[in-house]
Design a binder for this molecule. Structure first.
Ligand code: FMN
Length: 397
């Protein structure tokens, strides 16, 4: 499997949002549904930054690693809208080891000055090669090196990568040890895990062996997605499991939560219900960078910002396109933008019509024409709910 296969298999199985599935009217009116005493951490204490090793992170709301999505343009936009930390899409260790400075692949290691701190993520099967790949990420300037032990894609598991390592704690911990040793000491190493390979007692035991072992080996934080590898995306992410993990490691060790974060409310509820130190917003941020400013406002005890107006949405779509053009050139930008545009359409009140118009765009001029037709008459947009993203999976199977 090459890097292109890692990033190309997403199933764009977008479900249209329905009026009934949208956020309650009281949110749409901009009320603050959160009392200032809830969400565990008092509002006054929320200004404190987190530290992943020596890397300071301004708030607990991060852009998750998303294969096929969390490239430089998406990460920069997430930062501009308030994400405190972003993670690059996963890369294969062998791809990284072989990577040379060619125009076609340069973007994989490109980092914008705007996005520090940014995490680079990798996956692989052999501990030695894994460490060599991690060194490449560190040399490229990624501030944090994240090890992927979570990918559930069949081809990835078949090659003993990603989530497969949750079934072999010894190899997983050797990967962590070698990576920690190989990467410069000032560069924190973190791990991303699902809650186990499956629901057996053995899988649970393996999870905690890897978790405890990784912290003992010096990882600075672990992100836990509360679904099993076998589960893929069927059924909910277990937040009670995240709470158990956080209780288990105690206050000094950082746990970040993942799974079913589709609204600003979800992000605060996860922190409140599980005690995790930060949350990584994944599908909920695709075509919806506004989620970061929304959650940031609620976190600071301010009212929920209104959804972006059509003029704001059009401006962000143009901005996203410009970032793509700078990163990929004109031809590839349209292909990259199409999948984002489909998600952007979910914030438009006439989302079905706009989605149909955006789905086939073949150039920036065509995107601009859709913007002129459907976004020029400025009016309020919509909050995006879980129904927009719920069917999407990584790897497409
Ligand atoms: C299309 C897609 C690509 C993903 N790529 C990655 C990845 O490269 N690295 C990673 O650690 N997780 C990846 N994930 C998992 C997400 O980071 C996140 O853990 C998962 O989607 C659960 O969060 P959600 O339910 O809020 O979307 C991906 C998920 C999706 C849907």
């Amino acid at each position: 499997m090459n890097q292109a296969e890692v990033t190309s298999g997403d199933r764009h199985d977008d479900r249209h949002s329905t009026e009934s599935g949208r956020l309650p009217a009281k949110l749409a009116r901009g009320d603050d549904p959160f009392s200032k005493s809830c969400h565990g951490v008092a509002v006054a204490d929320r200004g404190r930054s987190l530290k992943i090793g020596d890397v300071s992170i301004a708030s607990p709301f991060f852009q998750a690693a998303l294969s096929g999505y969390s490239d430089l343009p998406m990460r920069v936009l997430a930062r501009r809208h308030g994400a405190a930390y972003t993670l690059c899409e996963v890369m294969l260790d062998q791809f990284l080891v072989q990577l040379t400075d060619r125009p076609k692949t340069r973007h994989f290691l490109e980092i914008s000055p705007e996005e520090s701190p940014v995490g680079g993520q990798l996956m692989g099967s052999e501990p030695e090669q894994f460490a060599a790949g991690a060194v490449k990420l560190a040399a490229a300037g990624f501030n944090v090196i994240d090890i992927n032990f979570g990918c559930p894609v069949k081809k990835v598991l078949g090659r003993c990568r990603g989530g497969f390592h949750l079934s072999q704690p010894e190899v997983a911990l050797e990967i962590v040890a070698r990576t920690r040793d190989a990467v410069p000491a000032d560069r924190p190493v973190t791990v991303k895990m699902r809650r186990g390979i499956d629901d057996t007692a053995e899988a649970l035991d393996h999870f905690f062996r890897i978790l405890d072992g990784a912290f003992s080996l010096g990882v600075a934080a672990v992100t836990v997605h509360g679904r099993t590898v076998q589960q893929r995306y069927v059924g909910p992410s277990s937040w009670p499991f995240l709470a158990e993990v956080k209780r288990h490691v105690g206050p000094q060790r950082l746990i970040f939560g993942s799974g079913d974060l589709f609204t600003a409310d979800d992000c605060l509820r996860m922190i409140d219900q599980t005690g995790v130190d930060g949350v990584t917003i994944a599908r909920g941020a695709i075509g919806n960078p506004w989620i970061f400013r929304q959650v940031d406002a609620l976190w600071r005890g301010e009212p929920m910002p209104p959804p972006p107006t059509l003029a704001e949405q059009a401006e962000v779509i143009r901005e996203h396109y410009r970032l793509c053009q700078q990163t990929y050139g004109e031809k590839r930008s349209t292909v990259m933008m199409r999948k984002f545009c489909i998600k952007y359409s979910a914030s438009h009140p006439d989302h079905a019509t706009v989605r149909a118009a955006l789905v086939g765009v073949g150039s920036m001029a065509e995107v601009e024409s859709v913007l002129q037709t459907h976004y020029a008459d400025d009016r309020p947009g919509c909050y995006v709910g879980p129904e927009v993203h719920g069917a999407q999976q990584e790897g497409g199977s």
